[in-house]
Design a binder for this molecule. Sequence first.
Ligand code: C2O
Ligand code: CU
Ligand code: CU
Length: 511
Amino acid sequence: MRRLSRRGFLGVAGGVGAALALPGCASLLGEVQTGQLLRSTAKLPRPFTVPLPIPRVAKPSRRTADADFHDVTSRVADVEILPGTRTEIFGYDGTFPGPTIVSRRGRKTVVRHVNELPVPMVVHLHGGHTPPESDGYPVDLVLPRGYSGEHRHANVGHVTRRERQYAYPMEQRAATLWYHDHRMDFTGPQVYRGLAGFHLVHDDEEDRLPLPKGDKDIPLMICDRAFDEDGTFTYPSRDPALESKPGVEHAYMAGVLGDVVLVNGAPWPELEVSATRYRLRLLNASNARRYRLGLDPKPGKGAPFVQIGSDGGLLAEPVRQEEIQIAPAERFDVVIDFSAFPVGSTVTMTNALADAKGTEQVMRFRVTRKEADDSRIPATLSKLELPRPDQVRVEREFRFGRDDLSHHQTWTINGKMFDPERMDAKPKLGQVERWRFVTDLHHPVHLHLDSFRVLRGGPYVHGWKDTVDVRPGEVVDALVRFTDYAGPYVFHCHNLEHEDMMMMAAFETVT
Ligand code: C2O
Ligand code: CU
Ligand code: CU
């Protein structure tokens, strides 16, 4: 396996081991990036010169009366991300993003994942309401054929060789889910190299709404990367072979930020649109970067974005948003009406949380033609039955912080490092619980198995959430009711460097 070059980041780190570059002002401003910037040394394209790729929709290899079967092979591939250069990726079916898997509520989806990578992998369906054996517990490794490397906690994990079948019952609402690597200690570098894809769930309720559909329903996976001169992804792994030492160089402990914004794997792409409504499924698949998305110019009247969905599917009613602030792993389903812009004009999706040249822009839309539009955004989208505070039976508190444990600094939950053998909570299925998250810095907190209701106010917590961006020094309550499946799951910070450096905990749902 080719090693990631060190050149690109040593220059920025200013000497590894220097004072940890945590954004100390984060608690004052509440909005700064959590992480350290890596600068690309590659020649970068001019923004908006690459067309937006739409990830291929996976075709089932087999269908039965009640299930769709898919085969996906993870492998190393050489792809063109920066025009004229090749980048080695880890890709589901050799692509980045991976193929989009489409499910229908009530029809099982079974994905056989084959590992032809040089490293162990774990596949997690983020937002999936999934039985434990298919959820991608971080030590349930799929080893490459013939892999002889060591792996920690081999005793607890259900380890398979070469392949594993993940079965998703898909008893869940229509929503924008995504799948990504979840290997213990190495999720950050493996997702960074490309192991991420969309998984969309549709249902009858959503089908009945007159929302934009077909080629006007577009998933947008936004993530940042840095590129070395030769096109290689730059990532400051402590162990670039991804074998033993987890985590990143000390200077990057707060998170790895790149200076190139990719959408669906292309740098600052452009999409030609008609002057009609589009439904855009925004996903922040970055390791650590958060964005505050806007449009430039803004439409003459009305808000730039109408939010119709969140992590867990449709909202009860549409919400007008001037901007969308999106943390790692969050999804915002929005409608943009391009009829507000003249044919021939361009509209840039901007990022108000830029910290480096290049990160102030995400992509651009070019309005090329008029077209009939029979889509609408109805005033009522869905009926949500969110849990209520008066239903709470159990309260738990989790503090997300940093500690000096085992001779180096790690990120912790309640002062403890992740241990897949230790269950930090045993929630009873069907019961409403209040999980209180308390932070030092900014942490996007994610629970597996079920979505929750965020009790804090604010514009970005509507509907069912599975990830909540807990601001520096904040206390946020989430109401959650775990249902259906008993067994071990995890919750963690979705800043992937924090996750790899132990900011994760296990819980076991019980009957
Ligand atoms: Cu998107 Cu446990 O992860
Ligand atoms: Cu998840
Ligand atoms: Cu964190």
